[in-house]
Design a protein around this ligand. Structure first.
Ligand code: PMP
Length: 389
């Protein structure tokens, strides 16, 4: 009674409620652009071919389920390095470990920062993934928002963003989406990344890059441009990585946290802190999903097949973006945005109307998942939006 009785009820997750409402809608022409997972043109979220084959091999060959340790699967962690960081060898300045999803990586990054600097300020763009602020605050960081995007015009407000970042002080942290910004789809070009990185370096601000959708924007290499530029210019930083979207492994919870330090000596200290924070939290990450990724990346044939399927996913998202842009001039900006998400300039009341009158489901923020549409549902979708005008 002393403990449970002191708790206050928490609001239900809005997206889960939306899933439930969609499920119980009996209209055959209902459309779901709310849920944030990739769907193919039949509306399925398939297990990738390379993943199925890697799982078969694991069943046949895995000889033990013994513990691996807090760092998880080191082969997996190392195999991702060239994909994320490219041909440069960051050597012993780069450390880190496997984490339960990108979420686990973000949480661990936040705890590392909080251990070094209790209550540290972290600058976070607005809008951002709704789970960012709670993760960062739960670890004890102070979240400071800044505007970077104007939903009405679908444009980055880049100079305002730079102004906000230039008010940062040494010891602050800046959270950046590496690619495929969730929820706006608005990414930076190389010049903008360079400007951001230079500012962070000059202000003594540590970058924390959330790279959760590599390969779903312009391409695997292209989507790493920002991450590589920032680390190169700043010389230190954290990268919270997720394989849950680009390998379609969502429920397997496959992530990693990479930390680049200014020296190998500092990296050893960072690593010892990551290990101790991990031990006090989930102790060790789940194995299966990371083992799948390792088997794929260590095999040329499976890697080839994975890259082909990733290109298919990317192509399908871009196709929907192009179809929307061609169907309605108001949606033209969507063609030059990246990844699964864009945010439409709709009020909560308009979003509710679309749901009631058209069976079109999205969260009240107006965020849409492009992969929730198919070439056949583009026209009814555009029609529903036009009915609001
Ligand atoms: N960062 C962003 C921007 C995301 O959108 C998500 C997932 N929706 C994550 C991190 C976390 O990914 P994971 O499912 O691997 O925890």
């Amino acid at each position: 009674r002393e403990i449970f009785g002191a708790l206050a009820a928490q609001p239900a997750d809005a997206l889960l409620a939306l899933i439930e409402a969609f499920r119980s809608d009996v209209r055959v022409n209902k459309i779901d652009v709310g849920v944030g997972v990739y769907r193919d043109s039949e509306g399925r979220t398939p297990v990738l071919r390379a993943v199925k084959e890697a799982e078969r091999r694991l069943v046949e060959r895995q000889a033990s389920k013994g513990y691996l340790g807090p760092e998880g699967d080191i082969g997996y962690f190392d195999a991702l390095k060239p994909i994320i960081f490219g041909p440069v060898d960051l050597g012993d300045r780069l450390c880190g470990l496997q984490t339960p999803g990108g979420t686990g990586a973000l949480r661990l990054a936040a705890e590392l920062i909080a251990r070094a600097r209790p209550g540290a300020r972290i600058l976070v763009g607005n809008p951002t993934w709704p789970n960012h602020p709670p993760i960062l605050k739960s670890a004890g960081l102070t979240v400071v928002g800044y505007d970077h995007f104007d939903v009405a015009t679908q444009r980055l407000t880049f100079s305002r963003m730079l102004d906000a970042l230039s008010e940062a002080v040494p010891g602050d942290v800046a959270l950046l989406h590496g690619c495929c910004h969730n929820p706006t789809g608005a990414d930076f070009d190389a010049g903008q990344w360079t400007a951001i990185a230079t500012l962070l370096r000059d202000r003594g601000v540590l970058p924390l890059i959330d790279l959760a959708y590599q390969g779903l924007g312009d391409g695997l290499e292209e989507d790493a441009t920002g991450t590589r530029l920032v680390l190169d210019i700043v010389g230190e930083g954290l990268v919270a990585y997720s394989c849950d979207k680009n390998f379609g492994l969502y429920r397997e919870r496959v992530g990693a946290l990479y930390a680049l330090s200014v020296s190998a000596e500092q990296a050893r200290i960072v690593q010892s802190n990551l290990l101790s924070l991990t031990r006090a939290n989930w102790s060790m990450p789940p194995d299966h999903g990371a083992a799948i990724v390792r088997v794929i990346l260590e095999d040329a044939g499976l890697s080839f097949d994975w890259l082909a399927e990733l290109a298919e996913m990317r192509g399908r998202i871009q196709q929907i973006r192009d179809l929307l842009a061609a169907a309605d001039p108001m949606l033209a900006p969507l063609a030059r945005q990246h990844g699964m998400f864009s945010t439409l300039p709709l009020s909560a009341a308009q979003v509710a109307r679309l749901r009631e009158e058209r069976g079109l489901y999205m969260p009240s923020s107006g965020r849409i998942n492009l992969a929730g549409l198919t070439p056949d549902t583009v026209a009814p979708f555009v029609d529903a939006l036009a009915s609001l005008r």
